[in-house]
Design a binder for this molecule. Structure first.
Ligand code: NAD
Ligand code: DAU
Length: 331
């Protein structure tokens, strides 16, 4: 099988490429990645001999057409992915997430190629903190931020291309991922690297917001199950029963580093900050028999901390610039 992975030099995409090379030796992987600030060719170094990396834009119709023409399956991870950046500058989100997805859909339509679309639980908006409800496949779309609204729009394009043009497409909407190779702008790597530097973790508001954490390898094993047996036209929600509020996550990290539980800097609230996300993954489990492997969040966090400690050379070059960007955004 010839697999085209967009965004394969980013966090989830690079982990997906590693897993594909490791567990599916019959697959030939090509990565299409623009290598924005969030992409890093070093994330593909462990599989460099097995993977072709094409540096380019998912909104470049000619390039996308040529790559799709020589692929059997496309898995589309590439996106502008960070909410805080989307609040500061929405246009790259509209361009990559909407125009990029449109460009890929037109190419897979022309060449009759199977397409899997990676999306997020944020398309459903948020839940109240005290509401026992969880998102499922029938939850109406209600995105809050420029990031999540462009992801929601891209999902709707996929649904329309599947229905109107018969594109063989599936969608997965996953909750918050953590694990190796995640950019230091994101919550967990930001706090781990603060702690490595002897600085305090930075928590928005009061830290009461809840996210539903899943290890990146579990997300990617779900994507493989969907590629193997998912029904074209279907949407699958991916989650691993990992709800935790931000304060609890930070306190667990403080404990792992042997630091006092109140060694936290509370900083300005994110505008429009979603309160709680929670996924009901029943369909994926019953229909496709998928199960997560990382069911103990604390030990998943410990192994992630160990990865960042062991791989400082990977994240260090981005740390100061990321903190500078945050400082500018708060001015
Ligand atoms: P990331 O920001 O780490 O990586 C994005 C990758 O896309 C980077 O390598 C970047 O260079 C590339 N890219 C950006 N614009 C591009 C363009 N125009 N053309 C080609 N490549 C481009 O993101 P991530 O966290 O790995 O997220 C990957 C996907 O998973 C996204 O679609 C995101 O919406 C989705 N998702 C993320 C999470 C999460 O918790 N991180 C959860 C659910 C879904
Ligand atoms: O739910 C899936 C989504 O998860 C993905 O679609 C996005 O691509 C991904 O970035 C993530 O979005 P979040 O906005 O939930 O993730 P982030 O890591 O930015 O923040 C997680 C929580 O931590 C959120 O409540 C905001 C808070 N936060 C974040 C940062 C960076 C802090 O309290 N302090 C911080 O420094």
């Amino acid at each position: 099988m010839r697999l085209l992975v967009t965004g394969g030099a980013g966090f989830i995409g690079s982990n997906f490429v590693h897993q594909s090379v490791r567990e599916h030796p019959d697959v030939r992987v090509t990565v299409l990645d623009l290598l924005t600030y969030a992409g890093d060719r070093r994330s593909l170094e462990p599989v460099a001999d097995d993977v072709e990396l094409v540096e380019g834009d998912v909104a470049d119709a000619a390039l996308v057409d040529a790559l799709v023409a020589r692929s059997d399956v496309v898995v589309h991870f590439a996106a502008e992915s960070h909410n805080d950046n989307s609040l500061a500058e929405p246009w790259p989100f509209v361009r990559t997430n909407l125009v990029g997805t449109y460009t890929l859909l037109e190419a897979v339509r022309r060449h009759g190629v199977r397409y899997h679309h990676i999306s997020t639980d944020e398309v459903y908006g948020d839940l109240e903190l005290d509401d026992p409800a969880r998102f499922d496949e029938s939850t109406p779309y209600n995105p809050s931020s420029p990031y999540s609204s462009t992801k929601a729009g891209s999902d709707l394009l996929v649904r329309a291309w599947a229905r109107s043009f018969g594109v063989r497409a599936t969608i997965s909407n996953c909750s918050n991922n953590y694990g190796p190779y995640q950019h230091v702008e994101k919550f967990i790597p930001r706090q781990i690297t603060q702690l490595v530097d002897g600085a305090r973790p930075k928590v928005y508001g009061t830290g009461a917001n809840v996210r539903d954490w899943i290890h990146v390898e579990d997300h990617n094993s779900a994507v493989w199950r969907i590629l193997e047996d998912g029904a074209p036209g279907r949407t699958y929600l991916v989650g691993a029963d990992g709800e935790a509020d931000n304060l609890t996550v930070v306190r667990t990290l403080l404990e792992i580093f042997g630091r006092p539980a109140d060694d936290i800097e509370f900083v300005a609230e994110r505008p429009g900050h979603d309160l709680r996300y929670a996924i009901d993954p029943t369909l994926l489990r019953t229909e496709l028999g998928w199960r997560p492997r990382y069911t103990d969040f604390r030990s998943g966090l410990e192994s992630t901390v160990a990865w960042y400690v062991d791989n400082e050379a990977w994240w260090r070059p981005a740390k100061a610039a990321t903190e500078e960007r945050y400082a500018q955004q708060s001015r």
